[in-house]
Unconditional design. Sequence first.
Length: 204
Amino acid sequence: MLSTLASGVAFHPGYLGPREAAALLSTLRTAVAAAPLFTPRMPRTGKPFSVRMTNCGPLGWVSDERGYRYQPNHPETGALWPPIPEIALQAWLELAGYPHPPEACLVNYYAPGTRMSLHQDRDEADFAAPVVSLSLGDTAVFRIGGTSRSDPTRSIRLASGDALVLGGSSRLAFHGIDRILAGSSRLLAEGGRFNLTLRRVTRP
Ligand code: MD6
Ligand code: FE
């Protein structure tokens, strides 16, 4: 079932079934072994994020005192990022409605108790491409508003296997994660949640 919450927001609950979610997690484990989760830091202040991150694909999103940017290599190991998991590429083909492949797959890991403050995804050169997000593990309380920080917001619970697409007039909507519902999924033995966001970074 697809539901449209606002223009350009498409929510696909249960997009990945439990077996597909488990298969994607298994590929993700391999990727994280090659490109370990790191703790990003805020530009200027250097304040650490509570979420840990890594990336797959030709480009990865990183943040540190020097700012937000995309780069081809891991900030700690220097290695190129591992490939984007096949199941995630398939989700892009089915959901993005955009005729060029994604270049970055940001992987966020939320331990119970962590959150992501309200932000826009705007470090990409081409906002014609949507951002496609996949959730694995514990349910997250996701908040989404409009293109001004002060616009009213609404909450959606993102459960394991759910896909969310931000495109069109919602491509630059403010959004964030208020909290993780600890123990809501048994997919991750360690608990918590992985979120994958697929992005086109450069103009094709
Ligand atoms: C998360 N998601 O679900 C955070 N960004 O953990 C995002 O920041 C996000 O879900 C752009 C488009 C869709 C998203
Ligand atoms: Fe985002």
